[in-house]
Design a protein around this ligand. Structure first.
Ligand SMILES: [Cu+2]
Length: 133
């Protein structure tokens, strides 16, 4: 009797540990580092909502409108085509609901938040942060 109780307790503990490991993240912080000596840097927060992931970027070093996207790949080895567009970073802030996606899905592959120099100079990247757990 005592032995079976121990077994059940151990099984329940194993199940709860597995559940904790699989729990979907609801928040994620991303560090955004300067690229190409721009001096621009900052951070982003990802917050899971029912409708998708709210991505908020805070960038220091430029007040102009700067195109901002999530790209596949990692900083320094990034796919040129945006995966999910974000609102332009203006006065250092960009806030976007990325619909129909979860933080878990973003973590399942390599993605990075990428900030471009200006509306007229898209091909120059000024800051980037890898989305990682
Ligand atoms: Cu981009």
């Amino acid at each position: 009797m005592k032995r079976s109780f121990t077994f059940v307790a151990a099984a329940l503990l194993a199940l709860s540990l597995a559940g904790a490991a699989l729990a979907a993240p609801t928040h994620l912080n991303v560090t955004i580092a300067s690229l190409n000596h721009s001096g621009e840097h900052g951070s982003a927060t990802l917050v899971q909502t029912k409708g998708g992931v709210v991505v908020t970027v805070h960038l220091i070093g430029n007040k102009a409108a700067q195109p901002t996207h999530i790209h596949a790949g990692t900083c320094g080895n990034i796919n040129a085509a945006p995966e999910w567009p974000l609102h332009n970073t203006v006065n250092g802030v960009s806030k976007t609901l990325v619909s129909g996606v979860t933080i878990s899905q973003m973590l399942a592959s390599h993605y990075a938040i990428n900030i471009h120099k200006s509306l007229l100079d898209l091909k120059d990247y000024v800051a980037c942060g890898n989305i990682k757990g």
